[in-house]
Design a protein around this ligand. Structure first.
Ligand code: 2M8
Length: 429
């Protein structure tokens, strides 16, 4: 059997093993519920071999959608487990917009419309594909509308996060400054459970967790009301990463609208708004996109993998793309050298905060590699894209489908048999 056939077989097995019957868990033990962008990336991988199961994953995630359009970041279909936070920590029911199923009160990067487009386009039975699309289209549109209304009420074109978890890159070095400025008071009592399955030095530090919980405590007291959250959240960052994913998802949503004969003006308006606003994040001297910390009133001058998402979204000019490609080839920043052997470290090696095994502060993540590959291909950097594909496949071949990898030696970190690693390898093969 070829290496690719073996990897594909393993990847499919992992997705099947992590399938609870209703949704696919991100990993066997560490994450026993349904996560938002995990589900979308999993659906993309499923769409390479089982369209019906891919559609089911999308439908199940959307069962958690709030009445105001938000698709939450965790859906607790089966109630509490040994994962913390449990539903009673979120108290989503304090919001009149919450659904009947318990969920978190935050959202996550909106990859879902992109996955739905792949599911629809790959279906040889276009009649069935359009029936599915009609079922979910309005829900996707409502979520994107919520993003612009709730997280960009000022109309900047760049959506803001109220919690690091919304980026999916929880303890990224780009949040270190904003988290350090918080003074957690009245933190609800909690006990971390994330270190029971994964080594403590591969997880966020205690100070970060305390701040994650402090923010949740505040927001649930404000009944998860989007207006209050935007006005008062002590953590509010206009995020280059989520906005790039949203922009790309809007491109896909526009295509889907066209195939249904639905109006496209509103989506075209969002695309124009983000195209105009995103350029404000570009720092010409650094040659990077930086988030804007609205509470500090200053750019977040941290060099992380988030900067490359502009390629995925087509938001960079050719000249900006060339600067980003140059940066990718710089061994002090991201390129493999004596210190690291694999693309793409999640934070630049030159960052004083770089930690090669600690979660989002340095390890390689396969979803980020997948976004990067799409972006490099979009701008014609084919050789660089192939290098990232090769690194991704060699990581998996040597260390299995880990949650993340140490970029120095490719050793596995975090959970094992991780669903989106499996799904995205299927996409890349
Ligand atoms: C991680 O986040 C959760 C909280 O949402 C956690 O640490 O418990 C992140 O890597 C996030 O991006 C991911 O969606 C989630 C499940 O894989 O785990």
């Amino acid at each position: 059997m070829s290496v690719s056939a073996h990897l594909a077989g393993e990847a499919q097995r992992i997705l099947r093993d992590n399938d609870t019957g209703r949704f696919i868990k991100p990993s066997p033990k560490q994450y026993p519920h349904q996560w938002n962008w995990d589900a979308a990336l999993i659906a993309l991988g499923l769409a390479t071999f089982d369209l019906e199961r891919a559609r089911a994953e999308v439908r199940t995630l959307l069962e958690g959608q709030w009445k105001d359009g938000m698709v939450p970041h965790i859906v607790y279909h089966d109630g509490p487990s040994d994962y913390f936070p449990t539903p009673d920590f979120w108290r989503s029911e304090r919001s009149a917009a919450a659904p009947s199923v318990p969920t978190s009160g935050l959202t996550q990067p909106p990859v879902l419309a992109t996955a739905v487009r792949a599911i629809v386009e790959r279906d040889p039975d276009q009649g069935a594909a359009l029936t599915f699309l009609r079922e979910v289209y309005g829900k996707l549109l409502a979520w994107h509308r919520w993003f612009y209304a709730a997280r960009d009420p000022e109309g900047s074109g760049v959506v803001a996060l109220i919690h690091p978890w919304e980026s999916g890159m929880d303890n990224s070095t780009r949040f270190t400054g904003a988290l350090a400025r918080l003074t957690p008071t009245d933190v609800p009592t909690f006990r971390r459970r994330d270190q029971q399955h994964v080594a403590a030095d591969e997880r966020p530090v205690a100070g970060d967790y305390e701040r994650f919980m402090y923010l949740i405590g505040l927001y649930r007291d404000w009944r998860w009301d989007p207006e209050a959250l935007f006005e008062r959240a002590p953590f509010l960052i206009r995020d280059a990463f989520t906005t790039a994913i949203l922009h790309r998802a809007n491109e896909d949503l526009l295509e889907l609208a066209t195939s249904l004969g639905e109006p496209t003006e509103e989506i075209a308006g969002w695309l124009a708004r983000t195209r105009a606003g995103y350029s404000a994040l570009w720092d010409e001297a650094a040659g990077l996109y930086f988030d804007l910390d609205l509470r500090a009133g200053a750019p977040v001058r941290e060099d992380t993998c988030a900067t490359f998402l502009a390629l995925y979204a087509g938001l960079a000019s050719e000249a900006q793309a060339a600067r980003l490609a140059e940066h990718l080839r710089d061994p002090d920043a991201y390129a493999p050298d004596a210190r690291t052997r694999f693309y793409l470290p999640s934070a630049a090696k030159s960052s004083p905060y770089f930690e090669p095994r600690r979660y989002w502060r340095g390890p390689v993540w396969l979803n980020i590699n997948w976004f990067l590959v799409q972006g490099l291909r979009r701008y014609g950097y084919a050789a660089l894209a192939e290098r990232v594909v090769n690194d991704t496949l060699s990581l998996v071949a040597r260390s299995g489908f880990a949650e993340y990898y140490d970029p120095r030696d490719g050793s596995p970190c975090g959970a094992r048999d991780f669903s989106w690693s499996a799904a995205l390898v299927l996409e890349l093969l």
